[in-house]
Design a protein around this ligand. Structure first.
Ligand SMILES: Cc1cc2nc3c(=O)[nH]c(=O)nc-3n(C[C@H](O)[C@H](O)[C@H](O)COP(=O)(O)OP(=O)(O)OC[C@H]3O[C@@H](n4cnc5c(N)ncnc54)[C@H](O)[C@@H]3O)c2cc1C
Length: 392
């Protein structure tokens, strides 16, 4: 039996990477001539995948979400495929060399290693300023950040959350309900909450993706949980520096200075705005040509190929410039990636005829208003496909 020599390397093991690898193994491999010469090699910093949208609730207590379903080991998800068709490596990609078509990665243990790729799928996603919402490193460091936060909660009397998007609104709402409970049916706001929670946003309204009426409803729901919203207000600085982001000052008393010069004193500060795209493996000399101004991989938004990186290189998910960072966009990207990669592999293998005839499959982002934002454990606002308008 031949040994695999054509590595289809997938960087990242979350929504994008796992779906891509699964789709390639299921829909492309059966059609490849000499399929035993190909292998999908997934390299991911974490050995688990997790339900990232659930982080604002999960970080508070293990009792709020079923942990066995929140964190899932990656390797067993691929045991259904022939043994040599898939290999998982826990490691962090540190350099992508387009010319030699290699990726150098730092394994979880040991010295850096280099692997050559025949095809490459980049799905390394994004990181958040607070380590509590992402695998900024791996599952161990995520859990360590939650643990530090939980230790500080019992003595916390004031929390400042910076940001007006869904992550900020969700975490403020979850903390409000957990720490303060909910105001009665006839009260517009929770008077004298046990913990004062302040949400600071530089925008004129929270939840910029949603229509103003939904944002107003969200603000009203937050008020019932003891959350005050400051709009048109920007956090200028925090002391100590790195508060809420760095491990040693993750949940520590913080002076939050606003752009007005006013200061807020918080027992805990949570930066819940903005994301950074995980592209540290793009060499300095390639960064200006490979990355968009916002730091994402330049990806053809129709075919999901990374055209400047040579043949059979693709990107999906948050790190790809093809669509806004959201799970529903990734789910729509995967069939397109899979179809175009299949054509490229079959063509390169010399296959002719119907299997490679026709046009590329084309991705088109659905840009309609779509977002679901839980506010506390049983309420929320959202819109789907721009048509449905719901307030729970
Ligand atoms: C708090 C929060 C709530 C959200 N809620 C929603 C929601 O309700 N609905 C929605 O549609 N979207 C939501 N999102 C966005 C959604 O989570 C992302 O769009 C999605 O996680 C992106 O998936 P991904 O596979 O592209 O990357 P990520 O989920 O960011 O995962 C990247 C993976 O790559 C690995 N990695 C990173 N760097 C490297 C490297 N150099 N080498 C190897 N591996 C690496 C990481 O360990 C990780 O496994 C939310 C995001 C956050 C932060």
């Amino acid at each position: 039996m031949a040994t695999p020599e054509k590595n289809i390397v997938v960087l990242g093991g979350s929504y994008g990477g796992i779906s891509a690898a699964h789709s390639i193994l299921k829909h492309t491999f059966p059609h490849l001539p000499n399929k035993e010469t190909y292998q999908v090699v997934m390299i991911s910093a974490a050995s688990q995948a997790m339900c990232r949208p659930g982080c604002p609730r999960a970080l508070i207590s293990d009792d709020l979400l079923d942990q066995s379903r929140f964190f899932v080991d990656i390797q067993p998800q691929f045991e259904q495929f022939p043994k040599d068709s898939f290999r998982f490596v826990q490691g962090t990609a540190v350099e992508l060399d387009h010319e030699s078509r290699t990726v150098t990665y730092r394994p979880a243990a040991g010295q850096p290693e280099t692997i050559s790729f025949y095809a490459l799928v980049i799905a390394t996603g994004s990181s958040t300023p607070s380590p509590m919402f992402s695998f900024n490193q791996d599952e161990t460091s995520l859990r360590a950040s939650w643990s530090a936060f939980r230790q500080a909660l019992p003595t916390t009397r004031s929390i400042v959350v910076a940001g007006g998007g869904p992550t900020a609104v969700e975490v403020a709402g979850e903390l409000g309900e957990f720490l303060n409970g909910r105001a009665g049916y006839f009260s517009a706001k929770l008077e004298n909450p046990k913990v004062s929670i302040t949400l600071v946003t530089s925008s004129t309204k929270i939840l910029p993706v949603l229509r103003p009426a939904l944002a107003a409803k969200a603000e009203a729901l937050l008020a019932k949980l003891g959350v005050t919203v400051l709009k048109n207000t920007r956090v200028a600085s925090v002391a100590p520096e790195g508060s809420g982001s760095e491990a040693d000052v993750l949940a520590t008393p913080t002076t939050v200075t606003l752009d007005s010069g006013e200061t807020l004193e918080a027992d805990i500060y949570i930066p819940a705005f903005g994301i950074t795209y995980n592209t540290g493996f793009i060499r300095e000399k390639d960064r200006s040509s490979s990355l968009t101004p916002e730091g994402r991989i330049h990806t053809c938004s129709a075919t999901l190929r990374v055209e400047k990186a040579g043949p059979r290189v693709y990107a999906v998910g948050d790190v790809a410039s093809a669509a806004r960072p959201a799970v529903h966009n990734i789910l729509a990207e995967i069939p397109v990636l899979s179809a175009n990669l299949k054509r490229d592999l079959l063509t390169d293998a010399g296959v002719t005829g119907a299997a490679v005839a026709g046009e590329d499959r084309v991705f088109k982002e659905d840009t309609k208003e779509t977002q679901l934002v839980p506010i506390g454990q049983s309420k929320g606002v959202g819109a789907g496909g721009g048509l449905r308008y719901l307030v729970l």
